[in-house]
Write a new protein. Structure first.
Length: 361
């Protein structure tokens, strides 16, 4: 065939093919817009949810119910009858203490001073009867005896006259710390061990410094062992420290538990604490129902079998749901699955019980 005849035919066919492709593309785009998307839906619900913070910490003895057992006089720890963590009863032996030699000597001197003052007073009284002493001398002797007796009593009050002494527990308690060992020499008032009333504990929780300002005294907290969350214990934040702990690099928040509620919390235990900071009221929706683009978060509701985009604001983000606010219609169902395929005005069809699994794919 002549080339001059073929050229117009080829150009014509090319233009026709391009037009056909554009027409098909237009039909395809329109087909997607008009196609019905299978979705899964849920009814909107509005609830009040707690705003919570999860922290971790350690159970410690309650400093407000702790007794430091000290030696009443200078001496030496001779025997130790208890160890850290041991429960003791009122009147139970804790440790034996041997009085120091200097303290014993001081007691003996005080006792001798009383004996001498008493004899001197008796002699002065006899001399006064014979008019060989004055009333002023008698008064001086009486005062000397009184002073000597007071000095001796002070020594007796601290047990200075006892060579050895067993120190007893003042109450039913737990030995939370032993600070001295057998053979240690201590001055008067030296600490030997620490007792804490059984069940009297405090929980020190670590809070990130940037979040410490939102935690305040009085906030409720639920605490559980990090190894067993089946026995929750409820308490309240007692106070928040104003400095960062140099070891943990966190801010300590102290939680207290009242009475027998602390049963199961033992000093040294690692715990998880969930602090309730406040609460929010909003529409509670599954996390997968909320999408986001350059305009922000949004959801789809169904109106007249069409998807309607509704912009929302996230009030609370939890592990499985969001609390949101926006111009949502509680009478219209919320799209929970299949929303990634939707656009505003897209025709939709709700999945029935037999096809819900398909809608979630």
């Amino acid at each position: 065939m002549n080339r001059k005849l073929l050229l117009p035919i080829i150009v014509t066919l090319g233009i026709f093919g391009m037009g056909l492709r554009l027409a098909l593309a237009a039909d395809d785009s329109g087909g997607r817009k008009s196609s019905t998307i299978l979705v899964q839906t849920a009814t909107l619900t509005q609830k009040t949810l707690p705003v919570q913070m999860t922290t971790y910490g350690t159970v410690q003895p309650d400093t407000g119910n702790t007794v430091h057992v000290v030696v009443p006089r200078a001496g030496q720890v001779a025997k130790m009858a208890v160890s850290p963590g041991q429960e003791v009863r009122r009147g139970q032996k804790l440790f034996e203490f041997a009085t120091g030699a200097a303290t014993l000597l001081t007691y003996q001197q005080a006792a001798s001073a009383v004996k001498f003052a008493r004899a001197d007073l008796a002699r002065t009284q006899e001399l006064l009867k014979e008019r060989l002493a004055t009333k002023a001398q008698l008064a001086t002797s009486e005062k000397a005896l009184s002073d000597a007796q007071q000095t001796l009593k002070a020594q007796e009050d601290v047990g200075a006259g006892q060579a050895t002494q067993w120190v007893l527990s003042p109450a039913d308690a737990v030995v939370t710390e032993v600070t001295a060992k057998v053979g240690d020499r201590l001055d008067q008032g030296g600490a030997v061990l620490q007792l804490t009333e059984r069940g009297a504990v405090q929980v020190v929780l670590g809070v990130e410094p940037e979040h410490a300002s939102v935690v305040h005294a009085g906030m409720p907290v639920v605490m559980t062992s990090v190894f067993d969350d089946t026995h929750p214990v409820t308490g309240k934040i007692d106070g928040v420290h104003g400095v960062i702990d140099p070891q943990t690099r966190l801010v300590d928040a102290v939680a207290r538990v009242e009475g027998k509620a602390s049963d199961g919390l033992l000093p040294g235990m690692r715990v998880k604490g969930v602090i309730t900071l406040s609460s929010v009221t909003g529409w509670v929706v599954p996390r997968q129902a909320v999408l986001s683009d350059e305009q922000g978060p949004y959801v789809y509701q169904i109106s007249d079998d069409q998807a309607v985009r509704v912009n929302v604001k996230i009030l609370l983000d939890t592990d499985d749901v969001y609390a949101v606010e926006g111009k949502l219609d509680p009478k219209q169902k919320l799209v929970t699955l299949g929303n990634y395929e939707l656009s505003d005005g897209q025709p939709v069809r709700e999945a029935d019980a037999g096809t819900k699994n398909q809608a979630g794919k």
